[in-house]
Design a binder for this molecule. Structure first.
Ligand SMILES: Cc1ncc(COP(=O)(O)O)c(C=O)c1O
Length: 474
């Protein structure tokens, strides 16, 4: 049983109760008036964020759910955490929110506080630079650009030319302006999800509906090992799958020799169905990236900021040297990437956005990271995450034809149902019993608790999952 940890706002959260049909009457009324919003038909709930506290999501009808979803892992500290409320009420925050700056040109002292904290404490080991945009997918887009720019400069240098694109001959400049300036590629993995821009989408292979009708770069796709869970029970099979995937990756890199700007991979394929690979697999990918002269880009948009039990999930991979680029988003409140000094692009006009870092969101990010330290949330995620997974494994043993493949690292937790319909039914029943979880892949339940979630909340979720499993079996 995980040890006690410092008190947090979770203790003051209202008890879970579902009073109405779902969605409730007030939510239905609001949703019916919301069709101007192109996204309105996705909506699962209308939140009362005044009443919501800690892990308790309260909706406008007064229903209280245990939030095991945290808005696809955006939420870190639960609802209305006092540390974030205090920052948001400060004069400095109000000023940052109402006086936008083009941060690369003009900024204020809070931005330097944030950068210093990132450099000294929170950035992954070995990272020398940070580039901020707004969302995760934009961070991926920017990281891809950094990889391609450095690759292009290296290729010109290797050919005895200047790295500077302005020194290219007129024919080469004309090819750039006509979109034919490079044959460089990025390698990504089958099942990956990297965001919605056309660059990240070209590296995304999780669902047809994400990609259909969109133009995409003709980049190669590597195999991601189809590991089985629990990992220790399937260790031999998984080792073979990973070795085969690495052999196939090496072949792919050989086919595109000299043209691979980067290999991008998620530490856990999240949208693609919470597919895990071992630390050894990631070390193998890094070794192959190095020998191909390609950047290793780790997409930590979903796995970053403590949810894996370490600040960055790849810290658990024992990589002999740091990755080249690490993207972030979601819980960071900002999107962007970290880079080693090799990927420091300073030439004016190459990497730039008007805002390049929302100062108000940076203040919230800073407070979130400080609270993770102050409340010892890394330890909480590791210990409570293990407790959660053990509970799910026990449920899977009791209901082996319904719940399979329980898997997790920290609070990145998932399990499978036999079909997509069974998964959706499971989620709807759990929600009616007050537990709000989500979907991923084709038939998986995705659990992404807020970092403050403790053992009592996990016990509550497990007892609801057990009851739903029994009900569906019955
Ligand atoms: C690994 C990964 N990369 C990128 C993204 C895109 O982030 P956003 O939707 O914030 O742009 C996501 C979103 O789920 C993600 O999981």
């Amino acid at each position: 049983m995980p040890a006690d940890r410092p008190a947090s706002s979770v203790t003051t959260a209202p008890a879970r109760v579902v009073r109405t049909e779902l969605p409730g009457p007030k939510a239905r009324e609001l949703m019916a008036t919301g069709t101007f919003d192109m996204q309105s038909f996705y909506r699962a709930a209308v939140v009362d964020d005044d009443a919501s506290r800690g892990c308790s999501l309260v909706d406008v009808d007064g229903n209280v759910f245990l939030d095991m979803f945290a808005s696809f892992a955006l939420g870190a500290l639960g609802y209305n955490h006092p540390a974030l409320v205090a920052v948001a009420r400060s004069d400095a925050f109000v000023r940052a929110a109402i006086n936008p700056t083009s941060t690369p040109f003009l900024t204020t002292s809070t931005w330097f506080d944030f950068m210093r904290a990132m450099e000294e404490r929170y950035a992954p080991r070995g990272m020398a630079r940070m580039f901020c945009v707004d969302a995760g997918g934009e961070g991926v887009e920017a990281a891809l650009k950094a990889a391609f720019i450095v690759h292009g400069e290296k290729r010109r240098l290797a050919a005895g030319a200047s790295a500077d694109p302005l020194a290219m001959d007129d024919a080469a400049k004309a090819r750039v302006m006509e979109n034919a300036g490079t044959d460089a590629v990025l390698v990504s993995f089958a099942g990956a999800f990297h965001g919605r821009g056309l660059g990240p989408m070209s590296a995304t292979h999780s669902k047809l509906m994400h990609k259909a009708d969109l133009p995409a770069f003709p980049w190669p796709t590597a195999i991601f090992p189809a590991n089985r869970f629990p990992l220790d029970r399937f260790a031999d099979e998984n080792a073979t799958a990973e070795a085969d995937a690495l052999v196939a990756l090496e072949r792919l890199l050989d086919q595109h020799a000299g043209r691979v700007a980067g290999i991008m991979v998620e530490p856990i394929q999240s949208e693609g169905g919470d597919r895990h690979a071992s630390a050894a697999f990631f070390r193998g990918v890094q070794r192959l990236a190095k020998s191909a002269g390609a950047a290793l880009i780790l997409d930590e948009v979903q796995t970053g900021v403590a949810i894996s039990g370490t600040m960055w999930c790849h810290e658990q991979f024992d990589l002999p040297v740091p990755p080249d680029l690490v993207t972030f988003g979601k819980k960071m409140q900002l999107g962007g990437f970290f880079a080693t000094s090799d990927y420091d692009i300073r030439r004016f006009g190459r990497m730039y956005q008007t805002r390049n870092g929302d100062r108000a969101r940076a203040m919230l990010a800073h407070a979130t990271l400080q609270t993770i330290d102050a409340e010892d949330l890394l330890k909480n995620v590791r210990e409570t995450g293990r407790f959660f997974l053990a509970g799910l494994e026990a449920i899977a043993e009791r209901h082996p034809t319904l719940i399979t493949e329980p898997r997790g690292r920290g609070f990145l937790i998932a399990f499978d149902l036999p079909t997509p319909a069974a998964r959706d039914d499971f989620l709807a029943r759990a929600m009616r019993r007050g537990v709000f979880a989500s979907y991923t892949g084709t038939k998986s339940v995705r659990i992404r608790p807020h970092l403050i979630t403790g053992v009592p909340e996990v016990e509550e979720a497990l007892s609801v999952f057990e009851a739903v499993a029994a009900e569906m079996h019955g």
